[in-house]
Design a protein around this ligand. Sequence first.
Ligand code: SF4
Length: 355
Amino acid sequence: MFKRFRDPKLAEKIVRHIRRLAPSYTVKICHVCGTHEWTITHFGLRSLLPSTVDVIAGPGCPVCVTPAADIDAAIQLALEGVTITCFGDVLRVPGSELSLLDAKARGGDVRIVYSVGDAVKMAKQETSREFVFFAIGFETTAPSTAIEVLKKPPPNLSFLMAHRLIPPAMELLLGIGDLQIDGFIAPGHVSTIIGMKPYQIFPEAYGMPTVIAGFEPLDVLFAISMVLQQIREETPKLENEYKRAVTPQGNVKAQKLMQKAFTTISTEWRGIGRLPDSGLTLNEEYEKYDARKRYDMPAKKGRDLLPGCQCHLIMIGKMKPNQCKLFMKECTPESPKGPCMVSIEGTCRIWVSSR
Ligand code: SF4
């Protein structure tokens, strides 16, 4: 199956088609997904494209867009004796002053989990401890948080909500005047949950060609050719290249779970600012599981960017990692200065791992 979507002969054919479709002026095609960036970078797809087709990476890494204030809140709880459970790639992301790894080194109980279910199990086994699950991720991981919230978690577990939603971030990019995007490649895995409808706004209201794509090299190349075809024909529409996984309606069961557990709110994105309807909080009925309310933690401002870090520009596709002066000098995977160098879905980290 994977081989079929990595067939070099077919790739050559699509690249030839892309060359025929590419306009003489430069077009910018934006994806918003760490896995797409990994495929593009790892397989060297940019080098196959004509010079007039520029594929840029938007805010597609959930860990990278988590504001320092949220990391600070998790660190504060860990240092106050609460056990923080989180995904591994959050551990080294810099907060305003410290990372969760620093908090662990200072005696905080910070544990890596592979799913929210692991956090539930731990809380059930260690009833004398207070647990918090740091709920980070886009629409792909939010349903699993919703399931556990709706199942009535153990009383010693609460949730530090940091889920973010992709379509509002895509809309933000269209409002950045000097970015001038000509087409979107929408993320396949988020689309398996939300379906196609949330993207309809892009061709209809913004005239933006939009293609949902899978993650194999041929998926991405096909999607690029589909966007270029729309640009050439001046017929912006929403198309689905990833039909083997994404249905028009998406995963309705997962959507219902999220609606039951969560309310959509305006929220901060690291280095980007507050976006309307772009985050999830627990519904009133489940507020008692909200870590911020349980531990009386008012919203605070954090320091999202260390001096010189350009992650805010990387995350909106305005800059490429090798244009940051700190890239692989002061900022390395071993000593990251910004979130984009930490997570395996971060653009800077991906560029390093594919060098
Ligand atoms: Fe931020 Fe480091 Fe990337 Fe520069 S190289 S943008 S400092 S993560």
